[in-house]
Design a protein around this ligand. Structure first.
Ligand code: 5Z5
Length: 273
């Protein structure tokens, strides 16, 4: 801990406080996420260690970079040191757009979407078992200083997924939960695609596809499969891709590969190179 200086707390990440820190050796700005593991049982602790090890392996320009982990045994806390993204998270961007009544230009939406698809591709393509995000939402999508999009909080979600006791005391309203997760809480990569569909919907309409005051009413809405159309300012193509990902049948949803081959996405991947 002595290698870092805490600057300020910048957010309540899922399951832990996120603070902006400075590495003393070179003054580099980073963040750390504090996770209190005192209340975890043995299995959950194993899971946490396994998932931090997953984080360490993920190296991709669109995934928040893991730098270090510090264990404070005295206070049963683990600190995960990660990349600082000075643009904050997409939930902040969406709130600002809403406040200013300013829709995101379609061009920007596709650029953001393309980078998240690339990040998911990196995780889904892994040899030894896919890493499923399980918690794709605007608050887990970060922007760095050059507007590059970074998927954050990766991997920790298995440990913190709905099924774990530890998470039960921490999880918010699961707005992006897929229909199959509600019925048989069966989670696979097509559930990540459902959440990605909810994300893309929210970037365009600045509101969630399914809103409800509590988890019960939310489940009814998600199971109804009814979704408002996007604002008419956006193309048919954007509407079609959202509808494709929000298909009630997981098998009818696109794979990450299908999304990479979309003209709107592949075009921008080539532009990036
Ligand atoms: C208002 N929000 C901010 O100012 C903000 C900024 C500038 N950065 C963040 C958050 C992160 C950040 O900058 N890097 C991160 C890596 C992992 C996680 Cl879970 C969160 C972050 C936040 C919440």
């Amino acid at each position: 801990m002595e290698n870092y200086e805490i600057i300020q707390t910048i957010g309540e990440g899922s399951f832990g406080q996120v603070s902006k820190i400075r590495r003393k050796a070179d003054g580099k700005l980073l963040v750390w996420k504090e996770i209190k593991y005192g209340a975890m049982n043995e299995r959950e602790k194993q899971q946490l260690v396994a998932e931090v090890n997953i984080l360490r392996e993920l190296r991709h320009p669109n995934i928040v970079r893991y730098y270090d982990r510090l264990i404070d045994k005295v206070n049963s806390r683990i600190y995960i040191v990660m990349e600082f993204c000075e643009g904050g998270d997409m939930s902040g961007v969406i709130k600002k757009c809403k406040r200013d009544r300013d829709f995101l230009p379609e061009e920007i939406i596709w650029k953001i979407f393309m980078q998240i698809v690339l990040a998911l591709h990196e995780c889904h393509k892994r040899k030894d078992g896919k890493i499923l995000h399980r918690d794709l939402k605007p608050a887990n999508i970060f922007l760095d200083s050059s507007m590059n999009v970074k998927l954050g909080d990766f991997g920790l979600s298995r440990m913190m997924g709905q099924e774990s006791e530890f998470a039960k005391t921490h999880v918010g309203t699961p707005y992006y939960m897929s229909p199959e997760q509600i019925t048989d809480s069966h989670y696979n990569e097509k559930s990540d695609i459902w959440s990605l569909g909810c994300l893309l919907y929210e970037f365009a309409s600045l509101s969630r596809p399914f809103e409800a005051p509590n988890a019960g009413a939310l489940a009814v809405k998600i199971k109804s499969g009814k979704v408002e159309k996007l604002p008419t300012r956006y193309s048919e193509e954007l509407q079609r891709v959202v509808n494709w990902m929000l298909n009630m049948d997981p098998n009818m949803r696109p794979s990450v590969e299908d999304l990479l081959n979309l003209s709107q996405v592949s075009l921008r991947i080539r532009e990036k190179k």
